[in-house]
Design a protein around this ligand. Structure first.
Ligand SMILES: [Zn+2]
Ligand SMILES: [Zn+2]
Length: 128
């Protein structure tokens, strides 16, 4: 009797990965279809209008950035053209970077007392 244990079958792993990818694509195309049915084909930022010929440039943005949060009433979706969608996310990344490096009140004190903060940073750097 052959044992079931042994090295993992790479073909099986490939299938699992392919299945996961298909499931994600299916889910994405599903919420995209729903959003396109629910909302007029207009970019929520630049108000550019879309039709069948160029609707592939209209994307579904998740307002809370959670792609798994897809309420059927569409309250987490916003239709954005690819350009505005890109913009939206790079703005969010910049904001997150600022928040991440700020660590509380550093941003504020940097605004009000840039040199005091700089001195502190230099001192900390020198001590290391
Ligand atoms: Zn736009
Ligand atoms: Zn988005």
């Amino acid at each position: 009797m052959p044992t079931k244990r042994g090295p993992p079958d790479p073909a099986r792993l490939d299938r699992i990965v392919a299945d996961a990818r298909r499931a994600r694509e299916l889910r994405e195309s599903t919420y995209r279809e729903q959003a396109l049915k629910l909302y007029p084909w207009i970019c929520g930022r630049c108000t550019r209008e879309f039709d069948r010929a160029n609707v592939q440039q209209l994307t579904v943005h998740h307002k809370d950035h959670d792609h798994d949060n897809n309420p059927p009433d569409g309250s987490n979706w916003e239709l954005l053209c690819v350009y505005c969608h890109d913009n939206e996310h790079s703005r969010e990344l910049e904001a997150a970077a600022r928040r991440g490096s700020a660590d509380g009140d550093t941003t504020q004190s940097a605004k009000h007392r840039p040199f005091a903060d700089l001195a502190k940073l230099l001192k900390e750097g020198g001590n290391r």
